[in-house]
Design a binder for this molecule. Structure first.
Ligand code: KIV
Ligand code: ZN
Length: 565
């Protein structure tokens, strides 16, 4: 590929030799700030209207965001009106802080202060661009001139805050050295120190320094170095909340945010599903659920991810990609047979051991924890393993087939998927099971019958007798047999039909459903004289009848098999 020579490698821009972040772990959730209604919204083809913004705002509140950037009120009348509507309609809960963005420019700052009148908790977020490239090609200003813009903005904000009747208002401040990722680390610290001083930040009134990777320029380890450098060199660290605002140009927004936490960041700005300028902002859903799967309370509630996603898609008119972590349509679907088998083994293991830890391979999170069902976890196609269909039968329909039966049923499933040339739905899998086993009624169907026990004289032994009919091609044939139980007795009776001498191999049964509606399901395995193992399944409210139906199913299937050879 031609052209790469014109790009300059980013390299290490900090002199950080004693970096600590590689040895750290994420142990608690950061302060989250949603910028869906600002950064996310400004990147939409059709920005949200008032009602959509309100709907999205409500969802963000429901999910648990305590800081929400609601817009850029000085940028347009619409943005201004939306902010006023949120305040005047009393839509902002007392424990939620709204954040408003403004450039560090006098008239815009003044307009912003008009817009926030009457809000209870506000973060005034001001910014100017500080990177080497922007100073050179956009502003054509040196570091001092860029610092002046930020400091003058800070002074005006301090002054307007002091003038405002803040008795009922709690105003906090956030400054972003925009394009921080491309700013010399020493300059980023210096400009932020100057802003902190101008605004009068202290331990009781800390300022948020938001360090955006406005454009991602490096690998996440370099970004982590930049953050650790900032945290270690900023004056009066106690008076500062370090925030990051990763974009996703290199596809590493989540990595940037996670490493930034290791490097000392306290707060993360991002959006649902990573909406935002160009490749988007960091995806907070992924970040929060990544923490959840590490046993950390993310403090955000994505247990109804389908609802959050639906509101997001409705308001933004963007689509969540099928492979988006945790929320995409296909992320709980295993197409590979070996994955399906392992998932089934993991679920079985958890059930058998009553494990309260999540121990299922290939599923880093229980789909149920985000409000998604087990049913669509596995879709069955011609590549699926034998365990996949059995898993569906168990999870969706309650049929717990014995292990030995999996290959047999798996064979029919694969054949059907091949014939249809597509994956099978759980309903199609059940219908196949029904046809193959539950409705295997040809040539023989069980007719009226009775089973009774005769107790021998010594009372220690009893004999079970089967007496009844089987239908074969509209002919009703009476049969009778006895043995030491219903299965034995029915086998004895079958001899009168002159069918081959099938050997009984195994029997499994379990209940399906609960209470008065519960039924018994019996699985019978026979060995044919040709040496083939064949299964039959019977379901009935009476366990003895279920077993006999299971034998009839197995015999019919064995006869059909022999006929097809
Ligand atoms: O990406 C960015 O730098 C921003 C700032 C305005 C914080 O959105
Ligand atoms: Zn941004």
């Amino acid at each position: 590929m031609k052209g790469y020579e014109k790009y300059t490698p980013f390299g290490r821009i900090t002199q950080l030799t004693d970096r600590e972040w590689p040895d750290k772990l994420i142990e608690k959730a950061p302060i989250w700030c949603s910028v869906d209604l600002r950064d996310g919204n400004q990147a939409l083809v059709d920005p949200m209207n008032l009602e959509e913004k309100i709907k999205m705002f409500r969802e963000l509140v429901r999910v648990g965001f305590k800081e929400i950037e609601v817009g850029f009120p000085s940028a347009s009348e619409t943005e201004y009106e939306i902010l006023r509507a949120l305040i005047e309609r009393g839509l902002i809960p007392d424990d939620v802080t709204i954040q408003v963005l403004v450039q560090a420019r006098e008239h815009l700052i003044r307009k912003t202060f008009e817009a926030i009148e009457g809000a209870k908790n506000v973060i005034v977020h001001f910014y100017n661009s500080t990177s080497t490239l922007q100073r050179k090609v956009v502003f054509k200003k040196d570091m001092d001139a860029i610092t002046d813009i930020a400091v003058n903005g800070a002074k005006l904000i301090r002054q307007l805050t002091d003038q405002m009747d803040t008795g009922s208002m709690n105003i906090r401040f956030e400054y972003s050295p925009e394009s921080f990722s491309g700013t010399e680390p020493e300059f980023a610290v210096a400009i932020c120190d100057a802003v902190a001083q101008a605004i009068g930040a202290d331990k009781e009134h800390p300022i948020i320094f938001n360090l955006p990777s406005t454009v991602q320029l490096s690998t996440p380890n370099i970004f982590a170095d930049q953050i650790e450098y900032f945290c270690k060199h900023i004056s009066n660290r106690e008076a500062v909340i370090v925030s990051v605002h990763p974009h996703n140009d290199r596809g590493t927004g989540v990595a940037d945010a996670e490493l930034a936490l290791l490097a000392g960041a306290d707060r993360i700005e991002g959006t649902l599903f990573g909406n935002g300028e160009r490749t988007g902002n960091v995806d907070i859903v992924t970040l929060a659920l990544n923490m959840f799967t590490q046993g950390i309370d993310p403090t955000l509630d994505f247990s109804d991810i389908k609802r959050t996603r639906a509101i997001y898609e409705e308001c933004t008119r963007m689509k969540v990609h099928e492979r988006t972590p945790y929320a995409g349509d296909l992320v709980f679907t295993a197409f590979s047979g070996s994955h399906q088998d392992a998932i089934k083994k993991g679920t079985d293991y958890m059930a058998e051991t009553h494990s309260d830890k999540w121990e299922v391979p290939y599923l880093p999170i229980s789909p149920a924890d985000v409000g998604r069902e087990y049913e669509p976890i596995i879709r069955i196609n011609s590549q699926s393993g034998k365990g996949g269909a059995a898993f569906i039968m168990q999870q969706v329909f309650g049929y717990n087939m014995p292990k030995g039966m999996h290959p047999e049923f798996g064979y029919y499933v694969k054949k059907e998927a091949d014939a249809k040339g597509k994956e099978l739905t759980p309903e199609e899998i059940f219908s196949l099971f029904d046809r193959q086993y539950l409705h295997a009624r040809s040539p023989y169907a069980l007719g009226k019958h009775e089973l009774y026990n005769t107790v021998a004289e010594n009372e220690d032994e009893s004999v079970t007798t089967f007496r009844g009919t089987v239908k074969c091609h509209n002919e009703e044939i009476a049969i009778e047999g006895s043995g030491n139980g219903p299965i034995d007795a029915f086998f004895d009776a079958l001899k009168q039909l002159g069918i081959p001498n099938y050997k009984f191999v195994s029997y499994h049964e379990h209940a399906i459903g609960n209470g008065a509606d519960a039924k018994a399901c019996a699985y019978i395995e026979l060995l044919t004289p040709e040496g083939a193992n064949v299964y039959g399944v019977g379901v009935h409210s009476n366990i003895n009848v279920a077993s006999i139906k299971g034998i009839v199913s197995a015999v019919n299937r064995a006869l059909q098999l022999s006929a097809s050879l």
